[in-house]
Design a protein. Sequence first.
Length: 477
Amino acid sequence: MGNEFERKQRVVVVGGGPGGYEAAIAGAQLGAEVTLVEQVGVGGSAVITDVVPSKTLIAVAEATNGIGEAADLGVQFFSRNDAGRPVRPEVAVNLAQVNKRLLGLARQQSEDMRASLVRAGVTIVSGHGRLDGASSVIVSTAVSGGTDFDQIEADTIVVSVGASPRILPTAVPDGERIFTWTQLYGLQSVPEHLIVVGSGVTGAEFASAYTALGSKVTLISSRDQVLPGEDADAAAVIENVFKRNGMTVLSKSRADKVERTADGVVATLSDGRTVEGSHCLMAVGSIPNTKGIGLEQAGVQLSDSGHIRVNRVARTSAPNIYAAGDCTTFLPLASVASMQGRTAMFHAMGDAVNPTELRNVASNIFTQPQIATVGWTQRQIEEGIAQGDIYKLPLSSNPRAKMMGIKDGFVKLFARTGSGTVIGGVVVAPNASELIFPIALAVEHRLTVDQVSRAFTVYPSLSGSISDAARAMHIVL
């Protein structure tokens, strides 16, 4: 009889990105009274200014590349001039229309997510949320003549406030000539010469995309190779493709400052060299949006970089406070944020929990070709951190790749020495984000290379290379 008088668990989620959205949905499904506090819109920056618009732009770049490469397959495009003679038309990109479409898609995705939350019974509050101790959240909303404040009591709090582009004082973005990756979507035409500062994932993706869209691109990299920290073979393939497509890659070069000129920008390197361009993208990392929202006062421990320390069930140092997404010390991926959000709610509500295992996370870099990875890395195997055998199979030997005109890429598998258990892999291919899934399944479920090789693949298919690589690593009993 007492159960009917029990109060529902009150959950407040601060931030509506992938982590906050999934936490709110999961909490509502498990019977909690959930309030989501979001300042910019459901979906957060991932949907509105980051993942959704950037990957839509990259899809356009891939389509543009496809048109250009069709001639290699024997497909030629011609129109006729006034004299009736065939002429090859130019491939033109209407960037204003592209940006209008991608921002529309981002808004629609945000609205779809909002509708899902409403259907689930989640209360959505627009405003800036900050913790007031460990058991309440204060929401501030700009109103006519000032700011309105509302206090929401909570049994459980999930912080999912994301991160923002890092701003260098010597290269302050103005949204006209110098940009962060969130500001590029106001461009009305393809930049004549785009300087990209930073050769990490974001810099490499946009450099790849704008090269395909027709920009002259100069990529300034402070490291020996683009994509530092990624698989070295994969990074080498991407850098070779970049250079072959006309991109200028300045390795071991650091941009000290970027300034506006009369009709463009100039980047000054640490060795005194200068690079002039029409526009500049600053892709020098991000910082978590954790400052000034009451985390320390609530007993939440932060790292030196300002990220929230969490364990594998997304719990912070404060027992009833969880955190998810780019503001945490976990991998800054939308898929990881979503998993953290769900895991946080399952744990808080006493449901069954599978702690997140970062080594099982599949990730993808949307360059052309793409780079997808999962599990242990070759560097970790070579350094003795993991014990494994390595096998690399170039896509040039794959019959489907030949048919499609794919010139670059490979499949690489890592298997535990002795047992043959798949512990990781790398795929470099046009659709690596799709091809990594069977390897991720193998890693998650600890399949051996023999078990992987016994699964049927379609002939011909790019996935056949995964089976071929596994077959080549056969363990003799």
